[in-house]
Write a protein that binds this ligand. Sequence first.
Ligand code: NAD
Length: 318
Amino acid sequence: MRVLLTGAAGFIGSHLAERLLARGHEVVGLDAFDPFYDPALKERNVARMLGRPGFTLARGDILDSALVARLARPSAPVDVCCHLAALAGVRPSVADPLRYHRVNVDGTLVLLEACRAAGVPRFVFASSSSVYGVRSHAPFREDDACDRPASPYGATKRAGEHFVHAYHHVYGLDATCLRFFTVYGPRQRPEMAIAKFARLIEAGAPVPLFGDLTSARDYTWIDDIVEGAARAVERPAGGFAVYNLGDARTTTLAELVRLLERALGKRAVVEPRAPQIGDVPLTCADIAAARRDLGYEPRVAIEEGIERYVRWVREAAA
Ligand code: NAD
């Protein structure tokens, strides 16, 4: 299978590219090496794939419709477009909503248009638990109403899902939206909580904890997410499908810090702060649909995942 994979140099994208190559697929990667975080980390992510048979990388912007059209061209048919490129993160989207909209919504439309024009039959879209907004009951199900996003980022991901559905409805595009729940593991984006907390605790620096320590997240180990995403890439939706990909368990902020302290063998210097706009108090995935249709099964619980992550951080620093 030939897969056009956007965001291939990013955290999840680089892991997914490796998994798809290992399963014998051809990967055409596209990434702009956006400076949202250090592009040198993204260079490192792709370095392990460059030169490998079956992998090609285009450096460019998903908003460049001529480039995207060239990559999706009918003369070298793409079987499925897996669209991960985006500006991620809730808090920065509050600071720059227009840029988030341009990349995450217009960018998704550029890809959908290119796929339509080139006859790419299938599309897999990286959505997010952020589409669920603020809610207090768990777990979150795919058919819950998602009409009240709590951040510009969540709104862009929901809009992306809507456009993907519209292209399914109008043009018969076979489409799957994957709602990822906080992903962690090697190469995690450096501004995300686990990467940031681990760095600060290791350095003995204060760890700012925003809001209530009982706020809880569903943290998903990277290999579990990648397995779910690879299965969605390989399996036609047979129409339009939405799946939560999470661990289906929650961890409070206080527990997360305790697990990191234990794995690092150091106490955190905690600095309580006011809640941040855009943050939600709870995420928790109902994964019954992904289990049923994709055979998705998360295997690494947070206690084990944090230990593995800390081992990776220390090996990478050595
Ligand atoms: P990431 O920032 O590491 O990866 C995104 C990649 O997209 C980056 O390499 C970046 O350079 C690229 N990119 C950004 N703008 C681009 C543009 N205009 N043109 C081309 N490439 C561009 O983030 P990630 O954590 O790997 O997230 C991947 C996807 O999963 C995103 O769509 C994100 O919204 C979604 N997601 C991630 C999480 C998570 O916990 N990491 C949770 C929910 C959803």
